[in-house]
Design a protein. Structure first.
Length: 440
């Protein structure tokens, strides 16, 4: 019987004590609910480097693990250093495009990149303040002492590694629920992402802020709009290299002009801009996921940053230098870590970070910014010249061949035929598969 007094048929989602069960016991419940076969259950149970015991401690209610392809983007040179870049993504053409863009940038020296100090913002919301101006004055007068006490106690163990609380900012916020006093705590997180550290600091600081303001502290949480933890990258694509990239179909100067027109479209139109920025995040998310970082936080911060001036804008910018070459630039918040969280518990993330070889979170952020710029350039160049589908569909055709049941020795042949016919569909892949089987 379930908790509603009805017979337990295994088809209800109200499962008592599900979180207390082992992964195998949870799987048995799941099989009954969804009618999974033993083979389907085994697909979820099958683990790679991330064993079931570790997975069961990372999140709740674990029944298995899932996989995404991990590819390596080549050709990246950032600040004079060569990188091979692990990218985890399911979409075809992303890794190839990033590698191609990086190759075209190498004759100009690759990418130059920089970043701000890894300072994050913690927010404390205070309600019911009798006199906001007076409260702000009292908090400001006590700020140095509060920061000193926090850093001396080092509740998040940041000072030990060169970080710590750097300052406090105060905002008076008007809302539909009334006035709020918002306290921003600025925290140098060094090589961690900082969420747990900042939330701990905000919790520690809240009681004293309540006492000084006469109000009640409610939310005490990190902000993912990390405007103080930004990374930027720049590259020059020579017009001669751009001409080679389209195999003489257009002059290099025309390629530059076409890309500038495409960028102007994104800059003027939010519908296009959303897709423009999505292309950037194709590259950024792939590296963030590969390294065990929080891609949801990075996504939230990036898109919020794109709209900080009141209109949703591109995260990249393209111009032309005096020689007529294309100049690309990017800037966005990038709160990424090389220690802590899944970067340390997920085995593949640890290996990915070793491949990259970044010594600090700043270096990792700068590389990721360069990948985002490369990814965006590759997409805009393709759109502005031969069209995005030509290369993408050639790679996507391999996925369609697999969906049709093709094995390794037939996948490339079927994909090549479909791409040549410009008919990339599962039914066509099945026809070609049957044809090859008859001829073999």
């Amino acid at each position: 019987m379930n908790r509603d007094g009805k017979a337990d048929t295994g088809k209800g989602s109200d499962i008592r004590g599900f979180h207390k069960l082992s992964p195998d016991e949870r799987m048995e419940k799941l099989k009954r609910f969804a009618g999974l076969s033993d083979g389907e259950a085994e697909v979820l149970r099958k683990t790679g480097a991330l064993d079931m015991g570790t997975a069961d401690r990372m999140i709740e209610n674990v029944v298995g693990t899932t996989e995404l392809p991990l590819g390596i983007a080549t050709n990246f040179m950032v600040n004079g250093k060569d990188y091979l870049v692990p990218m985890t993504i399911e979409e075809p053409s992303v890794v190839a495009a990033a590698s191609f863009a990086a190759k075209l940038a190498r004759p100009s020296g690759g990418f130059s990149a920089s970043s701000s100090e890894p300072v994050m913002i913690g927010q404390i919301q205070i309600l019911g303040v009798p006199d906001t101006k007076k409260a702000m004055h009292k908090i400001e007068s006590k700020a140095d002492g509060m920061l000193r006490k926090l850093n001396e106690s080092d509740p998040a163990l940041l000072v030990k590694y060169g970080g710590g609380v750097r300052g406090i900012e105060l905002r008076e916020l008007k809302s539909e629920r009334g006035d709020m006093l918002i306290v921003h705590v600025l925290v140098d997180c060094r090589d961690v992402m900082g969420a747990n550290a900042i939330n701990t600091i905000c919790e520690r600081l809240a009681p004293e802020l309540e006492e000084l303001s006469g109000g009640e502290a409610r939310l005490r949480i990190i902000s993912n709009l990390a405007v103080r933890r930004t990374a930027r990258a720049r590259a020059v694509w020579k017009k001669e290299e751009l001409e080679k990239s389209v195999r003489g179909a257009m002059k290099g100067g025309s390629v530059v002009e076409h890309i500038l027109d495409a960028y102007a479209f994104a800059d003027a139109d939010p519908y296009r801009c959303a897709t423009h920025n999505k292309g950037i995040m194709n590259g950024i998310d792939a590296v963030v996921i590969a390294t065990g970082n929080d891609f949801r936080a990075v996504e939230a911060g990036a898109h919020a940053y794109a709209a900080t001036n009141g209109r949703y804008k591109p995260l990249t910018r393209y111009t032309k230098d005096k020689e007529g070459n294309l100049v690309g630039e990017i800037e966005l918040p990038l709160a990424v870590a090389i220690v802590g969280g899944a970067t340390m518990t997920k085995p593949s993330a640890k290996v990915a970070l070793k491949i990259i070889g970044a010594k600090t979170s700043k270096e990792l952020a700068e590389l990721i910014a360069a990948v985002g710029l490369a990814q965006n350039f590759a997409a805009v160049r393709a759109l502005a010249t031969e069209g995005i589908q030509k290369g993408h569909m050639r790679l996507h055709a391999k996925n369609i061949a697999v969906m049709a049941g093709a094995k390794v020795n037939m996948i490339d042949k079927i994909a090549e035929r479909m791409a040549g016919e410009r008919n990339v569909r599962v039914d066509r892949a099945r026809e070609l598969l049957e044809e090859m089987k008859r001829l073999s």
